[in-house]
Structure formats: C-alpha cells, structure tokens
Design a binder for this molecule. Sequence first.
Ligand code: UD1
Length: 425
Amino acid sequence: MDRFQILGGSPLQGEVSVSGAKNAALPILCASLLTAEPLVLSNVPRLRDVSTMKKLLAQMGTRIETVAQQPDGQEQLSLHSDAMTHLQAPYELVKTMRASVLVLGPMLARFGEALVSLPGGCAIGQRPVDQHIKGLAAMGAEIRIEHGYIKAQARRLRGARIVTDMVTVTGTENLMMAAVLAEGTTVIDNAAREPEVVDLARCLVRMGARIEGAGTDRIVIHGVDRLGGAQHAIMADRIEAGTFLCAVAAAGGDVVVCQAQPDMMGATIEKLREAGVLIQEVAQGIRVVASDRPKPMNFRTAPFPGLATDMQAQLMAVAAVATGTSIITETIFENRFMHVQELRRLGADIEVDGHTAVVKGGAGLSGARVMATDLRASAGLVIAALVASGETEIDRIYHLDRGYDRMEQKLCAIGARVSRTTEKA
Ligand code: UD1
C-alpha cells in the first residue's frame, strides 16, 4: 500500500495544471455504451477510478484503445461498443467504485436489459440508488432486485416526467443517458446542475442526442432512435483545481492553476476570498496568492452552484490553520467528517456536533502519522500536512489515487516536499 511522506512548511510557487474531471470522465466513458460507433475522448485523466471504469466496460465487451498519450500525460481514448458480450456489472467492480452504476441507464436504453450489482454501504454515507431505479421504472423498465443485483428490462424505454426526491448527480446522469434513446420526451425535474452533468450532455448532443436545459434543474430530453460516434474533450476538474487553491491558501505562496475554470468554482472562490486569499482570473486559469494566515470562514455544503461537498475536507484543512473559528456544515452526506479524527492527530482543534464541525484555528499543526479514509478526506490531510511542522506520513494513499492524477508530482513541481513510498503487501 502506498503512502505519502510530506515535509511541511514550504510555500508553493509556480504553475500547476489541472487534469480532466473524474466526475465527468466516468459518465462520459459510459456514454460509449449508447452507440455502436466509436466515441473518441481526450483529456482522460490517469486515475484509479478511470481504470476501474475501463475494466468494467472492457469486461462488457467495449473495445478500448489508447489513440494517443497527450503531452500533459493524459490519454486520448477510443471506445467502441459494437459487439457487447456481457450486459452485466459485477459486484467485484461495483463495490470498489459506486459510479459503476452509471452503466445501468445506457445499457438498458440500448440493449433493453441490464444486470448491475447494487452498491453496498459507503464510508461517507448510505448512498442508495433508489432515485436511479425510480426514474427508470417511470420510463417503463421492469426492475427487480435479486441476489444483490438490479435486474432491469424494457423493450424500449418511454419518455416520462421524473421528479427526483433530492438532487442526485449520477442519478440525473443515468436517467439522462437512458432517456436519449427512449421513445418520446423525458423531463427530469429537480435535476442536478453540476458542470459534469453539462459536460455529459454536451458529449451526448455531439453523438446525436436532443437535450435541452442541462445546467438547470429541468432537463428535457427528446428521444432519438440511434446515436452515432463523436469526439469530445473532458472538462477540467474543478475539484482538483479547488484542492490546489486550498493548498496555497493554507501553505501560502503564489501559484497559477492552469486550466481551472473560475465560472465553475464560484462558491469555493468566494469562501477563499473571505479567508483573505487573493484569487485572480488569468489567461491560463486562476492565480492564487496567499501571504498571511487565512481568516476563518463559515459554510454549508450544497448541490451546485452551492459549495461542493467534495471541497469540504480541503476547506476544513484551511480552516484548521485560520486565525479564528470556522463553522462548517455538511448537508449532502451523513458521515463525511472522517478526516476530523485524523486532522486532530495533526493538532487541529475541531468539535463535531451532528452535521456541523466547529474548527478553532490558531494552534499550529505538527506532523504525525495519519490515515486517509476516503478520496477527498485524503486531499484535506495532504493540505494540512503541507502546513504542519515536521513530517507527516499519510497511509492508504490509494484513496487519493482514485481521483487525483499524480498529485505528488504536481505538488513537488510547485515547491512542496512530498514523496511516495510503495510498500509491497
Ligand atoms: C456524485 C459525485 C461525488 C459527489 C456527489 C455530491 C460522481 C461520480 N460522484 O456522487 O463526487 O460527492 O455527487 O456532489 O459524480 N441519494 C439518494 N438516492 C439516490 C441517489 C442519491 O438518497 O438514488 C442521496 C445520496 O445518499 C446523497 C445525496 O442524495 O445523500 C446526493 O448524492 P448524489 O448526488 O447521488 O451523489 P453521487 O452521484 O453518488
């Protein structure tokens, strides 16, 4: 199992580039199931979750080729789903990555059947997929849960009006991918407005889909008989970009985060400005300058355009070194404070009461051995370690590798002292 060793205390300086967005790449890879023609994707980030999704699609029969290695280390892939052999997503893969459930909608829409393992529990919350199932049932699918699997069948899905009970990102994506090949018009109300949903819609439209309203809470999809191949470049990762902004906010320095798109990061930028960090839009992306300790900030996570739950741990690390007390409320997932225990090991003063964390800045952090518990929690620990005095060792860095492309290399290039140790199991 890999671990990071981080020597804290160096300010960050220079330029860092953001990779393609994990949460856009995963549904867009699944969109290749909707056509028998090749889908060519660029800016595909090198992440463990992307490898898992490629493995799942390949197991189902999709032929995946690397067309080119981009100069920035990312890949251009061609996915060709013309001869599918197994219309199934097995438990072994779904349990390692919940986003595997994104094959359900496209598989059912194109082939009229799908067998997808139900994801089990998750470290950050229960995360059921009832809204995905409810929406597909409203479109005429017959769905049974058998032996831990979702078994779905439909001759052809029919357009329907679907109102989801809560805003769900992958739920919206699954239903949108199902609706593009349904007969008639589907309306998804209370749809997720996340930029990754918009990027998926953009790719689907390139493939011939008719979609209106992506990016608003009502998406209207007019079904078509077939989709064709297309080329698409995955959008830049706003969470990776936000993580670098937080790293500079905490550790200090002057960094240009290239490819970062400020219009997709409004809530994070606003919070960091409140913390006294200078954030400027520049031609390459975003410049972030921090010379003093951050000021405290209060926030609640919320669906887009609110503050992303995927930024909560990183902002909490910034709050841990702020000059006063911050109040942070998590509203999306019920158990997303697991990084608190680990931040405390670094000397942070944090009290949790239900969904709210009270973070008292002031005390300096000092390096210790800590453990990564989930993807974004790991990023929060890395940020805290960059400021802590002495050395921090972060175990179970595989969580971080699910969603960050070569993070230690990117951080070292802007002056951090991070090294990876690989230990044979
Ligand atoms: C996606 C993101 C994840 C992010 C999350 C919230 C991907 C691959 N992952 O996860 O990084 O943290 O959005 O922005 O894009 N819910 C139900 N029933 C459902 C679906 C969701 O109760 O059928 C609940 C969840 O338990 C959670 C809330 O709705 O409390 C939001 O979850 P959702 O938006 O679906 O998260 P994901 O799509 O899994």
